[in-house]
Write a protein that binds this ligand. Structure first.
Ligand SMILES: NC(=O)c1ccc[n+]([C@@H]2O[C@H](COP(=O)([O-])OP(=O)(O)OC[C@H]3O[C@@H](n4cnc5c(N)ncnc54)[C@H](OP(=O)(O)O)[C@@H]3O)[C@@H](O)[C@H]2O)c1
Length: 223
């Protein structure tokens, strides 16, 4: 199986890439030209260094792929560098979906967020990304985690690791089985990136087309 991973250089990508490779997948890892010199992935033979706005280059990079995964996103604190929700999140989702269709890639996986489509600019933007995927992607699966927690050991993405208060992830894992509150805890509590990444690999192996996976279902799939 050939998989194109957009956002491979980030905190989630750094965890997903080795897991997907260990599962036997052939990977094409997107790296932005401006990031190639800063990330170890810039020199990786699996890297596809291109601007996602270059439709021809992107279509060629996607040709022959079985799936595209987008892990791309930015945050307000990075707006000053030129990345915005419109360019990084919404814009790249549109580029990737359009190119996937043009290249005949049959499946699209989107990393979104719990609460997507809710109030506030971030959740509104996540809802917009999901709407693009639902309306235009071929078969799709959307993942909606809450706060992500990086592994203690291991490599660091271009924007560092994702930390949550000590013990918070373990508390979520322990409480998510408690009747009455377990579902809410699983949905809104922090989740280890390994759990999310394993769930993504499993969806690649056994597709869950048209599903939005979050909360208890996400924890169980990535267990
Ligand atoms: N972190 C959390 O707690 C959390 C919770 C729920 C959902 N999410 C969502 O999960 C996704 C991944 O989060 P993360 O923490 O792994 O992100 P991250 O470490 O900040 O990585 C972001 C990735 O997106 C890439 N990117 C940003 N703008 C781009 C653009 N215009 N063109 C191409 N690539 C671009 C970055 O590339 P460069 O390396 O070139 O900058 C990087 O690979 C995001 O969509 C985020 O909103 C995160």
């Amino acid at each position: 199986m050939v998989v194109f991973i957009a956002g491979a250089t980030g905190a989630t990508g750094q965890v997903l890439v080795p897991l997907a490779a260990a599962a036997g997948m052939e990977l094409r890892l997107h790296v932005r030209p401006a990031t190639a010199a800063k990330s170890p992935l810039g020199a990786d033979p699996r890297a596809r260094v291109l601007d996602l706005g270059d439709a021809d280059a992107l279509r060629e990079a996607l040709r022959g792929c079985d799936a595209v995964i987008s892990l791309i996103g930015t945050m307000r604190s990075r707006f000053a560098t030129g990345d915005t929700y419109a360019s990084s999140d919404v814009g790249t989702t549109r580029f990737l979906v359009d190119a996937a269709r043009a290249a005949g890639v049959p499946r699209f996986l989107l990393l979104s967020s719990v609460g997507a489509g809710g109030s506030g600019p971030y959740l509104q933007m996540k809802g917009e990304c999901e709407a693009i995927v639902r309306s235009s992607a071929p078969a799709w699966t959307i993942f909606r985690p809450s706060a992500l927690a990086s592994p203690r050991a291991g490599t660091v993405g271009t924007h560092g690791k994702r930390w949550v208060p000590p013990g918070a992830t373990a508390l979520t894992a322990a409480l998510r089985g408690v009747p009455g509150i377990g579902g809410l805890v699983a949905r809104y509590g922090p989740i280890p990136i390994e759990v999310l990444a394993r769930a993504m690999v499993r969806v690649l192996e056994a597709p869950r087309d048209g599903e939005v996976i979050e909360g208890t279902a996400l924890w169980e799939l990535g267990a």
